[in-house]
Design a protein around this ligand. Structure first.
Ligand SMILES: Nc1nc2c(ncn2[C@@H]2O[C@H](COP(=O)(O)OP(=O)(O)O)[C@@H](O)[C@H]2O)c(=O)[nH]1
Ligand SMILES: [Mg+2]
Length: 324
């Protein structure tokens, strides 16, 4: 089943701006730890080597397996290398490095997950999920700014209802970026908040609705059940909603992020991954593992705490930024 209604592709701000040199510099700077870790080790391995021999391959294997790209991605990389060596298509370390880059790029070019698009005149509803502290609320604030700059009328929905501070944090972002914020009292039923918010968005003619959710519940209700209910209720108010489900993952958690993604995707269904805190970690290789293992595209990467530190993900740009 193809779940596509109509596609609105004019959100230029949500696509990487290739001419923005400042951004490229920031990305380069933000990924410096990964560059000196994973890819730096690769570079030192290849430096000055003239031949591909057993020793080089063993060291390469070790670097790949101790990086954060995941076991499956490592195996695939090594298999394609061995295949090319057997066919005598790889003659020197430089070619080997280029092959690695090309393969990694292929992993990163994940096709979009099929999902509904809003009908004309209806808002794009995005549900943002993920465990506590990964950066959901911050990402919503940053993304709201990008949508606003693209000329959209944005609504933020405080469906992380248990903690007053969580609601307050979203209100502050709403004020900063100039977006409507829909909230109810602490402890309100999150699904009810979402239901009312979508009604309001339909009558106020919002273009984008970003739903902030809890990452941990302080009640006996199970988080996954709660999120599934929000999703159901959104769809009952507006067919196809939430059109997108963004899973926010903290890059500093490494492989743990992949297990989280598998669980959320199984239970809720995820259309896009947002990977935050890439600025503070050498584990940037996790982007590769996530794309390769989950088949869900990375939409944005977070490279800092400031409002402008959310960057639309571009596979080529990323590969160029992590390799020397
Ligand atoms: N360094 C860095 N910090 C981030 C990034 N994204 C979010 N944070 C910080 O992570 C912390 C938790 O963020 P928050 O949005 O409250 O997480 P939530 O619990 O998922 O809503 C805050 O201190 C944010 O400033 C990022 O890309 N880089
Ligand atoms: Mg939050």
């Amino acid at each position: 089943m193809v779940k596509i209604f109509s596609k609105d592709n004019n959100d230029k701000k949500l696509k990487p701006d290739k001419d923005d040199k400042g951004f490229i510099k920031k990305l380069w700077h933000g990924l410096s730890k990964t560059r000196s870790g994973f890819t730096g080790r690769l570079d030192r391995l290849f430096l000055g080597k003239k031949k591909i021999n057993q020793e080089l391959l063993e060291e390469l294997e070790e670097i790949l397996f101790t990086s954060d790209i995941g076991v499956a991605a490592c195996r695939e990389l090594l298999e394609s290398i061995m295949e090319k060596i057997a066919r005598k298509e790889l003659n020197n370390p430089e070619q080997l490095k280029n092959l690695l880059k090309e393969q990694i790029l292929l992993f990163l070019k994940t096709p979009p997950v099929e999902h509904y698009y809003p009908k004309k005149g209806e808002p794009l509803v995005i549900m943002v999920i993920g465990v506590n502290g990964v950066g959901k609320t911050t990402t919503i604030g940053k993304a709201a700014r990008l949508f606003k700059e693209g000329g959209k009328k944005v609504m933020l929905v405080a469906a992380d209802t248990f903690r007053a501070a969580a609601v307050e944090q979203l209100v502050i972002w709403g004020q900063r970026v100039g977006a409507d914020v829909v909230k109810q009292g602490t402890g309100a039923d999150s699904s009810a908040v979402v239901f009312d918010a979508i009604s309001a968005a339909l009558s106020r003619k919002n273009d984008v609705v970003l739903i902030d959710t809890a990452g941990r519940l302080h009640t006996k209700t199970n988080l996954m059940e709660e999120l599934a209910k929000i999703k159901r209720v959104a769809g009952s108010k507006l067919q196809g909603a939430p059109h997108e489900v963004w899973l926010v993952l903290d890059a500093t958690t490494g492989q743990n992020a992949i297990s989280q993604a598998e669980l959320f995707n199984k239970v809720i269904g995820v259309t896009d991954i947002i990977l935050t805190k890439l600025d503070g970690t050498a584990k940037g290789g996790i982007v590769i593992g996530i794309s390769q293992q989950l088949g869900i595209p990375v939409k944005f990467i977070g490279i800092g705490e400031k409002i402008e530190d959310l960057h639309p993900f571009d596979a080529e740009e990323f590969v160029e930024a992590i390799f020397y």
